[in-house]
Design a protein around this ligand. Structure first.
Ligand code: NAP
Length: 292
C-alpha cells in the first residue's frame, strides 16, 4: 500500500514556517510583507479563491491589499492598476486572479507585473529563467513548487530518477517538468497527442498527473513503488452527496494506492500546497530587499 502524502499537514507546516519568518521580519526589520490580490468582476469561483488567499495571508501576518475591480474595467485601466501596485513599496507580491473577462488580454496583464513582484511566477521572464540552465527565476509558480515540496518533505529523491509529467499547460505541466529537470530528473512529458501514454507513465519513478481528466491513470499504468503526485481536480457526479458531486483527481486513487510507493489524495494533496507556496513566495519576495 502506498504511503499517503498528507498535503494538508505539510501545507500547515509551511504556513507555520512562513508565519515565523513574517514575525521575524516584522520585529527585526520593521517589514510587513504585503500581497496585492486583484480580482476583476464577480465570478463566484474566483471570489472563493481570492477570499481563501486573503484569509491565508491574514493567518500568517502578511498584509493583504484588496483590489476589487469592476467586470467592465478597460484593459488600459487594469494595466494602470498593475503599474500602481508595481510602484507601491508596501506591496511585495501581486496576484491577478484568473480568468480575466474576455475583453482583457491575460497575457498582456501578466507580463505587465514587475518580475520582482510576480509571486504567481507566470511572467514569461520568470518562466524563461526557469527553463534555462544556470539561471534562477525570481519566483516559481505555486502549484508546481508545491508538488516539489511534497516530494522533498516526503523523503522522495528526485535526482537521477525517471519522471513523467502528464500535461503541458503553462501553469502546471510545463513548469513542473522544468523544476524536475532542474532537480536532475530525466523527464518525459505526456500530452493529449501522446500515443500509448500508459507505457511511458509505466517507466516513471515519479509521476505528476496534471491533465484534468478524472481518474485517467489506472493502477496497471504505475511502476510498483513509484511516487505519484495528483494535481488533477475534477468534479464528478455523486448522487450520494448533498452537493450532488465530489472531487476526484486524474489518478484512480483506489487502484493506484495499491501499487504506488507514495500518493497524494484529492482533495487534501496538492491543493493546500498551492496557497502555502503563494505565502512563501510573498515572504521570499519581501526578503529580497532586506540586508540581513
Ligand atoms: N490543486 C491545485 O492547486 C491545482 C492548480 C492548478 C490546476 N489544478 C488541476 O490540475 C489539472 C490540470 O490543470 P491545467 O490548468 O494544467 O489544465 P489544462 O490547461 O487544461 O491542461 C491540461 C493538459 O493535460 C493534457 N491532457 C488533456 N487530456 C489528456 C489525456 N487524455 N492524456 C494526456 N494528456 C492530456 C493537455 O494536453 P494538450 O496540451 O495536448 O491539450 C494539457 O497539456 C486540472 O484538473 C486542474 O483543475 C489543480
Amino acid at each position: 500500500m502506498a504511503q499517503i502524502i498528507d498535503g494538508k499537514a505539510i501545507a500547515a507546516d509551511v504556513r507555520r514556517e512562513v508565519a515565523a519568518e513574517v514575525a521575524r521580519l516584522t520585529s527585526a526589520h520593521n517589514l510587513v510583507p504585503g500581497l496585492a490580490v486583484v480580482i476583476v468582476g464577480s465570478r463566484k469561483d474566483s471570489q472563493t479563491y481570492v477570499n481563501m488567499k486573503r484569509k491565508a495571508c491574514a493567518e500568517v501576518g502578511i498584509r493583504s491589499v484588496h483590489v476589487d475591480l469592476p467586470e467592465d474595467i478597460s484593459e488600459v485601466a487594469l494595466v494602470e492598476e498593475v503599474h500602481r501596485l508595481n510602484a507601491d513599496p508596501a506591496v511585495h507580491g501581486i496576484l491577478v486572479q484568473l480568468p480575466l473577462p474576455k475583453h482583457i488580454n491575460e497575457e498582456k496583464i501578466l507580463s505587465e507585473i514587475s518580475i520582482e513582484k510576480d509571486v504567481d511566477g507566470f511572467h514569461p521572464l520568470n518562466i524563461g529563467k526557469l527553463a534555462m540552465k544556470g539561471r534562477e527565476p525570481l519566483f516559481v509558480p505555486c502549484t508546481p513548487k508545491g508538488c516539489m515540496e511534497l516530494l522533498s518533505r516526503s523523503g522522495v529523491t528526485v535526482k537521477g530518477k525517471r519522471a513523467v509529467v502528464v500535461g503541458r499547460s503553462n501553469i502546471v505541466g510545463l513548469p513542473v517538468s522544468l523544476l524536475l529537470l532542474k532537480a536532475d530528473a530525466t523527464v518525459s512529458i505526456v500530452h493529449s497527442r501522446t500515443p500509448d501514454p500508459e507505457s511511458i507513465v509505466g517507466e516513471a519513478d515519479i509521476v505528476i498527473a496534471a491533465a484534468g481528466q478524472a481518474m485517467m491513470i489506472k493502477g496497471d499504468w504505475i511502476k510498483p513503488g513509484a511516487a505519484v503526485i495528483d494535481v488533477g481536480t475534477n468534479s464528478v457526479d455523486d448522487p450520494t452527496r448533498k452537493s450532488g458531486y465530489r472531487l476526484v483527481g486524474d489518478v484512480d486513487f483506489a487502484e493506484v494506492s495499491k501499487v504506488a510507493g507514495y500518493l497524494t489524495p484529492v482533495p487534501g494533496g496538492v491543493g493546500p500546497m498551492t496557497v502555502a507556496m503563494l505565502l512563501k513566495n510573498t515572504v521570499d519576495g519581501a526578503k529580497r530587499g532586506v540586508v540581513e
